[in-house]
Design a protein around this ligand. Sequence first.
Ligand SMILES: [Zn+2]
Length: 176
Amino acid sequence: MHILLPLLVLLALRVDTRKAVLFAPLALLPDLDAVLGYHRMILHSFIPVVVLPMAFIVYSKYKRPEWLMSALLVQYYLASHIVLDLAGVAFFWPFTTEMLYFQPELRFNLIGGINFEWHFRMGLTAYKPMVDTDFIAQSTFAVLLLLVLAAVVYRHEAKSAVLRVWAIVRSAVLRN
Ligand SMILES: [Zn+2]
């Protein structure tokens, strides 16, 4: 999901497909902090996710304009990871290990008519290392099912998209 969702958004926006595909693995980079035993902390903090990429963007803009698109993609993919993790990330590390959470909910009921209720909860909560987490949560299954259905309905487009992505990855691997 971390790779697929932001990549599909870029492809829908008709961003340079080659660049969008090649930078997509960055969307997984923040989770490497789990290897160090500090999942959702060190690499999910505002420093690697906002400060460093923004510095790269500013540097590119003034010194290396040809890097600007790449710098924007780095920022986009890293930020997208945090947005998808907003159930809880230690975003302000190293200033605090508390986790920022943002949980929007749109509720619906039929009591006395058709009602929508918009709730959101946000704040800071004690750091909880995620020892185990849903690898694929219920909502992710729903999204995956939708993607599969869309791929079946638009199978010709889906097939050519997969072949195109494969060709880009293959040429990148062969070139190195
Ligand atoms: Zn994460």
